[in-house]
Design a protein around this ligand. Structure first.
Ligand code: FES
Length: 256
């Protein structure tokens, strides 16, 4: 049975270790590892000065997986009360975004997708696609070809279809009769987004839970940090079509 003094010492050292962990930042995200929820367990022994930490990273493919535990150990050993620090890297349970503190969510600007306008009832192109297309009166362009995705009837509301567009896997979604296309590769660690769950205009990567706005490709939840590419979509002759617009050369007819 620990004495009250021993219990207080245990609490103080635990808090000190947490304080240090809050100064160590995730290799990929601008949030410390404690608030990001990467730390699963902290065991301290105030008398011997031993600390044992179980933690994970946002993805097993993280390039610093080999070296990061050592970085954390060095930081914890900086505490005068600590004689020995050991960091155990684990992958079970896998990290997901529900482990983040509110402070972490705030830092990462996890905004509600509802702050973006809904498309009008006649548009079939995503917001990003419409921006790329611009006004055809002002632009002269060399455009890539439209690629058939599916017959309109074969891509019902709530459906998704994946098509190869010039070597890029593109996932096309029908949401309430509006069509959105994104590259079918999560920018976090290559997960297949087409298999993710869609909630209103957001898709969740099935691998680690990053979320993207299908209308713009914007990240709405980590661990992804970069937007996913979007593509223009149209309905032509009752067929859903998508186009790889990134290589289009466009020049304006207006004088500079
Ligand atoms: S691959 Fe990690 S969140 Fe998508």
């Amino acid at each position: 049975m620990p004495t009250e003094a021993a219990s207080i010492a245990h609490t103080i050292l635990t808090e000190q270790v947490i304080g240090v962990l809050r100064t160590v930042y995730d290799p990929e995200l601008p949030v410390n590892i404690y608030d990001l929820g990467l730390v699963y367990d902290i065991q301290v022994e105030p008398q011997s000065g031993k600390v044992h930490i179980r933690m994970t990273l946002t993805a097993p493919g993280c390039p610093v997986a080999q070296t990061f535990p050592g970085t954390v150990e060095c930081s914890v050993r900086e505490l005068p009360e600590v004689n020995e620090a050991c960091v155990e890297l684990v992958w079970d349970p896998p990290w997901d975004r529900t482990r983040m503190s509110e402070a972490a969510r705030l830092t990462l600007g996890m905004l509600d997708a509802g702050d973006l306008p809904r498309p009008d009832t006649t548009s079939v192109a995503s917001v990003a696609g419409a921006l790329r297309n611009r006004d055809s009166n002002d632009l002269e362009s060399t455009r890539s070809d439209w690629v058939n995705v599916a017959a309109q009837d074969d891509l019902p509301d709530g459906g998704v279809s994946v098509v190869d567009v010039n070597g890029t896997e593109v996932a096309v979604f029908n949401i309430g009769g509006h069509y959105y296309a994104i590259e079918d590769v999560c920018t976090h660690d290559g997960g297949t987004l087409a298999e993710g769950e869609v909630e209103e205009f957001e898709i969740e990567c099935p691998r680690h839970g990053a979320r993207f706005d299908l209308r713009t490709g914007r990240v709405t939840a980590p661990p992804a940090y970069e937007a996913v590419t979007t593509f223009p979509v149209r309905i032509h002759d009752n067929r859903v079509q998508v186009r790889e617009a990134r290589d289009d050369s466009i020049r304006t007819n207006k004088p500079p």
